[in-house]
Design a protein around this ligand. Structure first.
Ligand code: NAP
Length: 312
């Protein structure tokens, strides 16, 4: 039987599923690998990987017979793909099964931000509704102009939802897509200049680092709102914090940050930011589907059949 290792913070039900299928060795982080007996490490052929801690060539070399890294999540930017390729290690991910949840969170965060739902809830809870009267008027959500940065699987689900809110949909991708009357921008600065809401749904990793650059942020107006459900790395975070603090943009709604969970504390002082703790795919139903797809990829390796959702 293929010996399996599981790295990451898995839920109880994920652990039960992995145990029943593979009876793996469990580790919390890649750093724990070095503490595993060399003969045990040498027997590992499949790795069920979860988390955002980097897994590179040095870690792969501690598992000399490794054949598959089955990532729990669609974003595999923590895994060094060139290093895996160089060692003949296959990588799989869990695309599509999480699209709905992540798109729901993106739209929900944007609606929270635009309608000031957190502040309005505080107004009621703190008793100000009784003493101060109506909460202040805010801003109409439906019918705005939305710009999606990265019209991939998740980006398209976000666009579909915002179209149902009667929004005018603009998008950036590396190539123009087939869409129903949505406006393509080959340049993200042009996209930013055309919209009220900029929703980032790019892949992470070095190629998209700071893709939403200082220049893109400067092209947004003082009422514009940035939503990010991709990775903290895709936005120039310093430039975004400055723009939020100086009122150059209206607000942000963020599920992802640099250095999570030790995020820049400047975010906590900003009333115009909705913060979510990277919970885009965090529902019972979707995590079960992700776990099942991760296991199915490992089963495919064991059976010698094609991976279901290969990355490399
Ligand atoms: P996808 O279908 O691969 O779409 C990714 C988008 O990124 C595409 O539009 C693609 O453009 C664009 N892109 C890729 N490389 C690029 C580059 N070098 N420069 C510019 N654009 C580039 O991915 P997905 O399934 O929608 O997932 C997107 C990301 O969401 C994941 O990678 C992950 O980081 C994040 N995510 C977050 C959560 C959460 O909990 N917040 C959950 C799941 C996923 P083209 O269309 O031109 O190829």
């Amino acid at each position: 039987m293929t010996q399996t290792l599981a790295i990451g913070a898995y839920s109880e039900s994920d652990i039960a599923g992995l145990k029943a299928a593979f009876d793996p060795i469990f580790l919390d982080t890649p750093a724990d690998l070095a503490g595993v007996d060399a003969s045990k490490r040498a027997s590992i052929q499949a790795l069920a990987f979860k988390g955002h801690t980097a897994f590179g060539g040095a870690e792969m070399d501690l598992l000399p017979d490794l054949k598959l890294i089955a990532n729990y999540g669609v974003g595999y930017d923590a895994i060094d793909i060139p290093a895996a390729n160089a060692r003949g290690i296959k990588v799989s991910n869990t695309p599509d099964v999480l699209n709905d949840d992540v798109a729901d969170i993106a739209v929900g965060m944007l609606l929270m931000q635009v309608r000031e739902m957190t502040q309005a809830a505080d107004w009621a809870r703190s008793g100000q509704w009784k003493t101060g009267g109506e909460y202040r008027l805010n801003r109409k959500f439906s019918g705005g102009r939305a710009g999606i940065v990265g019209l991939g699987r998740i980006g398209r689900e976000i666009a579909n939802r915002l179209a149902a809110f009667k929004m005018d949909i603009h998008y950036y991708a590396r190539s123009e897509k087939e869409t129903p009357n949505w406006t393509y921008h080959a340049d993200p600065v042009s996209l930013a200049g055309a919209v009220d809401y900029l929703i980032v749904a790019l892949v992470g990793g070095p190629d998209t680092a700071k893709f939403v650059s200082r220049e893109v942020i400067a092209a947004l107006g003082p009422r514009a709102i940035i939503v990010n459900i991709s990775r903290g790395s895709t936005i120039d975070e310093d430039a975004m914090l400055e723009a939020l603090e100086d009122g150059k943009i209206g607000g942000a709604a963020l599920d992802v940050f640099l250095n999570e969970p030790n995020i820049n504390p400047r975010f906590y002082d900003l009333p115009n930011v909705v913060i979510q703790p990277h919970q885009g795919s965090g529902t019972v139903e979707t995590r079960e589907a992700m776990a099942a797809l991760q296991r199915d990829n490992i089963h495919a390796l064991m059976k010698g059949t094609a991976l279901i959702t290969p990355v490399n």
